[in-house]
Design a protein around this ligand. Sequence first.
Ligand SMILES: [Zn+2]
Length: 455
Amino acid sequence: MEQLIVEGGRLVTPEGVREGTVVVRDGRVAALLGPDAPLPEGRRLDAAGRYVLPGLIDSHVHFRTPGLEYKEDWEHGSAAALAGGVTTVMDMPNTRPPGLDEDAMRAKAELVAGHAGVDHRFHIGADPANTELLATLDPEVATSAKVFMAGHHTAPVVFRDRAQLDAVFADAARGGVRLVLHAEDQHVFDLLDSWRGDPHSYGEYEPHRPRSGAIVAVAHVVELVRRHGTAAHVLHTSSAEEIDLLVAAAREGLPVSFEVTGHHLSFTHADTCRRGPRTRLSPAIRGEADRERLWRAVLSGEAATAGSDHAPHTVEEKNRPPVDAPPGLPGVQELAVSIWTGMRARDVPADEAVRHLARLMGSGPADLFELPGKGRLEPGADADLVVFDPAERWQMSAADVRSKCGWSAYEGWTFTGRVVTTVRAGRVAWDVRTGLHTPADGRWLPTARRLEALR
Ligand SMILES: [Zn+2]
């Protein structure tokens, strides 16, 4: 394969941000050159005035295969990812049928092969009826398992009682499996349902799924981690208290970490009241003080990952009455630019902001989910790169949306920063001027653990 020379950008490396050139050969980063080094032969890609980041990782997407391809599929999901600078995704198991065992994971890998334009790993679904599976789970298949502690429209199996939860934490600890948790407490919601009844407006939605449900669940997670030593990553944190609890537990030395989503950083409850179903989410979008606590978790380094929770539904589904409208929005395309826009609006200097982005969507998820060759711009890494214009301002419209669902909660938003070019496996896969160029040759990634064992 021809060499690709990504010339003259600001390289976002593990050692810091500096001017230079990236040389790509045989699907790998061959070298990082200084600004004055002579350039080798090869196809040139001009990155002057732009950042060059490692290909981004979104460790929380729902690409809906198998069974729900009418909402999203891997062709569209991959296109949205690449347009957003994402070259690796981790897909969730709440499909039809759900991915609850090793055979289902292998079957999904076969279904996805030839359709994915991005590299991928899967989170297996933890099954209350079969938690023992996690104690012996083949790390080739999955090293992380999704636990739903509360139900919603697309949650296939919910851990409803304490004995089940205790068992899944114990078995995951024995098998070295990291739990990724939808941490809201179903009992809290059941009690409130019997008191409040169904929500009739989007303004009633957050009080219907209040912060107390999330806080109780996260406190419970911390207690179970303390008891069993299980590695636990709490998804889509929404309130200040969840974060305070998890930060205190991590300081104690417990193996807990957490995710922030683009939408919880971008919107508030007032947006849901005003604009309705598109930001009707689970966990609910909360108030301004919570959102600012999430931003503090981003800028202080407390948050381990940023995930999109890319969960498309059709326009018809979202337009149902509040109680029937499924939670979720597309987001893999908007995640990096929405976080960039938020950081710049908060006057975070660009070189600092780009390091936060490279951690939350690079080294953070790569380390947590054991993705070798991903998440860091350094020689030997996979040749996944993003050329990012830090200053361009552009307005998103429905025509920009690559997800199959065809809508975005960010329509009409003016973003700061734009993904100009995405390189995956050494080739230009997305260019903002010429669109998508990617063949669907995304790989089901091996784990670091497996590679270690083979060494
Ligand atoms: Zn999700």
